[in-house]
Design a protein around this ligand. Sequence first.
Ligand SMILES: NC(=O)c1ccc[n+]([C@@H]2O[C@H](COP(=O)([O-])OP(=O)(O)OC[C@H]3O[C@@H](n4cnc5c(N)ncnc54)[C@H](OP(=O)(O)O)[C@@H]3O)[C@@H](O)[C@H]2O)c1
Length: 263
Amino acid sequence: MIGYAQSGQTGSIHSDHPKGIEMAEKAAIITGASSGIGLAIARMLGEEGYSITMTARRPDKLSAAAAELEELGIELQFVAADMQSEDDIKRVVETHRERYGRLDVLVNNAGVGFGSPVGDFKTKQIDMQLDVNIRAIVLFYRESVEMLRAAAAEHNNAIVVNTSSISGKAGQAWLSVYSATKHAVVGFTQAMNKELSGEGIKSTALCPAFVDTPMTEFAKGQVAAEKMITPGDIAESVRLLLKLSPACNIPEMIFERPGEDMF
Ligand SMILES: NC(=O)c1ccc[n+]([C@@H]2O[C@H](COP(=O)([O-])OP(=O)(O)OC[C@H]3O[C@@H](n4cnc5c(N)ncnc54)[C@H](OP(=O)(O)O)[C@@H]3O)[C@@H](O)[C@H]2O)c1
């Protein structure tokens, strides 16, 4: 395992292993890979034989998650990066390119949500949600499209998964900015399919209701964890995308909790 942990403020990078191996047979980048949905998708991609680059913000949490997957024999590297930073995003893609030389699956999953009445929003919270939830996805496509094109030219099945939310399908009170960013993810995914799916780069927006992850700790007083969708449910759905023929794309997946009317 190679790990690059950037100490955010200083921008220093350390590597504890030598770099450089032969080109992977198939490779993926997963953002927000240190917990919850991203970690479950990373594990699934590793099980499916992908060499993976895991990225998330906090280095310690990320390296612990990477160690967990390495125990399973998964070929991986991890790169700590802040999705609010264009330079960090470029560095993640470049580090992936250097080590694995190709990109077959890109999972844009990192996300943040702040609940607040609209009159009370702090500008920092607005910016963080816009940056992490949508701007980072746009930047990842821009930086990765060349590698995705190369993969699509080979097998016509390059896959991009964008984690939206059920809030990306119906706006929610007190989660207004989050809802707006997640609608943007759905719209951007649709646009990417119009622009790129003819070339074999297929995009899917994931739109789940409550999933049992650290993000929903705040809600567990009202909704029991066992009544929530599991990260494994989401990972299994992404596994399905890997198995589809080049002739089939699923542009959007909505995950509801039985008995709950979200619309
Ligand atoms: N849980 C739900 O009910 C639910 C429902 C619908 C959609 N979603 C979406 O699913 C995605 C994953 O969320 P989750 O539920 O799995 O939550 P989670 O366990 O809290 O995971 C969030 C991930 O995003 C990373 N992240 C957050 N801010 C970042 C930043 N500025 N730079 C880099 N990485 C950052 C986190 O890393 P650090 O911990 O190091 O910050 C973590 O790896 C998000 O897009 C979320 O909006 C979740």
